[in-house]
Design a protein around this ligand. Structure first.
Ligand code: SF4
Length: 313
């Protein structure tokens, strides 16, 4: 248990009384920011291969992926319950009948206690939300929306293909249905200032969402971000810079928001920079050390109803 921030494992254990792990699923879906509907280029950091595990294309069904994941996660963590995590690409981007088949298949597997669905905020219509609302009556359901930044100029620069308003509208449409909402945020996006990142923390805090995943911006080989990096147009954060930003961010979130992730997990063979991104446990350790040195915690500077308007120092 980490008492300086509200971590996901502790939250899940408090519900189920045992270790609960997410099992990553590739359901073979696509993304409107890749298939030409919104754009064909994708986000500038998106890994065309790595955003999907390719498991379905290799012939492993949703059930097969879950059974394999259960075995591995039981061996590694002694996990006894699991969430089916539809992670690859945009997992509400398909006809609702097809989505229902996929989600039903996952929930039929023994010990699967809920769904976590990663998607874009421009990919959720009324029918999908009603479907998820229905599951949420019986299962734990998290929907994870990619926001990345609450700065529209940044979103345009990274070719997200949606703006902040779109995210806010999706969150409002999802609220009050029993569905838990998580926002994905990237720290260290091109040309972002600490004030921009503070503004992102304030935006998600004000929306009253349930959880957040923080990611470091790292450069994957073969992406447009790599070109910018090689041309010297962007730089990567140093490890301590990232650690400090994460701590600042946590301090400005509500105490009860659930922290699902504090850094990303690049594949060593695909990573161009920064190399320290591979040292995940070091980074997590440094975040804990820094919070301890500051005698700080999640929510330390969050003030209810104040607009959380303390500036970065
Ligand atoms: S929304 Fe996700 S899958 Fe789609 S292009 Fe961006 S990073 Fe890639």
């Amino acid at each position: 248990m980490n008492n300086r921030y509200n971590d996901f494992n502790t939250y899940l254990r408090s519900i189920y009384g045992c270790r609960v792990q997410k099992i990553t699923i590739d359901a073979g879906l696509s993304c409107p920011n890749r298939d030409g509907t919104v754009s064909s280029g994708g986000c500038i950091y998106c890994n065309a291969r790595g955003s999907g595990t390719g498991a379905l294309a290799r012939g492993l069904s949703v059930t097969g992926q879950l059974l394999q994941g259960k075995q591995a996660l039981f061996r590694r963590y002694k996990a006894k319950k699991f969430l089916a995590y539809f992670q690859s690409f945009s997992n509400t981007y398909a006809p609702v009948e097809k989505l229902k088949l996929l989600y039903d298949e996952a929930l039929a597997v023994e010990d699967i206690v809920g769904l976590a669905i990663g998607t874009r905020p421009d990919c959720v219509g009324q029918a999908v939300l009603e479907l998820l609302q229905n599951y949420a009556r019986r299962y734990l359901v998290w929907v994870e929306y990619g926001l990345q930044s609450a700065n529209d100029a940044t979103l345009a620069l990274i070719n997200r293909g949606h703006d902040v308003r779109c995210f806010q509208d999706a969150v409002r449409a999802t609220a009050n249905r029993g569905i838990r909402i998580c926002a994905h945020v990237i720290l260290g996006l091109p040309h972002e200032t600490r004030e921009d990142m503070f503004n992102t923390a304030r935006t998600i805090a004000e929306l009253g969402i349930d959880g957040v995943k923080l990611h470091l911006l790292y450069v994957i080989k073969g992406t447009r971000l790599e070109t910018l990096y090689r041309q010297g147009e962007i730089r990567c954060l140093e490890q301590q810079e990232y650690v400090d930003l994460v701590c600042d961010f946590l301090e400005h979130l509500p105490r009860d928001m659930i922290i699902q992730r504090l850094t990303g997990d690049p594949h060593p063979g695909e990573l161009a920079a920064p190399q320290w991104a591979l040292k995940k446990s070091d980074t997590l350790g440094e975040i804990n050390n820094t919070l301890e040195k500051r005698d700080s915690w999640q929510g330390k500077f969050y003030e209810v109803g104040s607009g959380n308007d303390r500036k970065w120092e």
